[in-house]
Design a protein around this ligand. Structure first.
Ligand code: ATP
Ligand SMILES: Nc1nc2c(ncn2[C@@H]2O[C@H](COP(=O)(O)O)[C@@H](O)[C@H]2O)c(=O)[nH]1
Length: 220
């Protein structure tokens, strides 16, 4: 039997963005559960925790002073103001995950996606998730039972602005049925992992195959 060939590859920085409530956290959790080769970038935020959110698991919950110091010390790969709070991606965890051979999943807004793309360019894959309708978006925000009417109203008000950034993404999906959308997200990740430019050593591998053919250079 032929020996299996393993080439290392560059990690994928996989971004999911959407208007609040469209379902990116749900899909992220499904991804993390299903695929052990991708891990979540845990953001820092000044927003207070929702019921059930655990510090260090869902977010690092920090006060504004701490956040500002982290930003000033260059600890963030990107950060932005979202819904009146600060959110940022700590650089150290991302570096550690990539070093360990993992892909990294980011649940961040369009501002973060833009900044990350400026930092890491072709390593970044940007996926935008749309709700099927705005009525359904509001229904989902309400069904979550985590935010006040005021917070939900503010998020709905901001949704059109979020959606207007859809064309800054590589893929745009409609999260109508969550299982279907999850399958599409997985298919994107699977294909992106196989991209030629991510395969380290592929040039040498192909060259050696060609060289193994006697007089190959004369036949090209
Ligand atoms: N396809 C779907 N059909 C019905 N409900 C859904 C679907 N996808 C997600 N939901 C539900 O909608 C609610 C909002 O989803 P979720 O928290 O994942 O949104 P989000 O985009 O991460 O929001 P935020 O940006 O505020 O974190 C949750 O209660 C979730 O279970
Ligand atoms: N630019 C960044 N945006 C982030 C980050 N972490 C989360 N987010 C986005 O904020 C909103 C609100 O999130 P919520 O948990 O309060 O509902 C949502 O769009 C997230 O994607 C981050 O590190 N940077």
């Amino acid at each position: 039997m032929a020996e299996s060939v393993h080439l290392n590859r560059r990690g994928v920085l996989f971004v999911l963005s959407s208007p609040s409530g469209a379902g990116k956290t749900t899909i992220s959790r499904m991804m993390l559960e299903a695929d052990k080769d991708i891990a979540l970038s845990i953001s820092a935020t000044t927003r207070p925790p929702r019921p059930g959110e655990v510090d260090g698991v869902h977010y690092h919950f920090v006060d504004t002073e701490t956040f500002k110091k982290m930003a000033a010390d260059g600890e963030f790969l990107e950060w932005a103001h979202v819904f009146g709070h600060r959110y940022g991606t700590p650089r150290a965890r991302v570096d550690e995950l990539l070093e360990a051979g993992k892909d990294v999943l980011f649940d961040i807004d369009w501002q973060g996606a833009q900044q990350l793309y400026q930092e890491a360019g072709p390593d970044v894959v940007r996926v935008f998730v749309l709700p099927p309708t705005m009525e359904e978006l509001e229904r989902r925000l309400r069904s979550r039972n985590t935010d006040s009417d005021e917070v939900i109203a503010a998020r709905m008000e901001r949704a059109a602005n979020e959606i207007s950034h859809w064309d800054g993404y590589d893929y745009v999906l409609i999260n109508d049925h969550v299982e279907g959308c999850f399958d599409e997200v997985r298919a994107i990740l699977r294909a992106e992992r196989l991209k030629r430019r991510r395969q380290i050593g592929l040039i040498g591998f192909a060259r050696d195959l060609i060289r193994a053919v006697p007089d190959a250079d004369k036949k090209l």
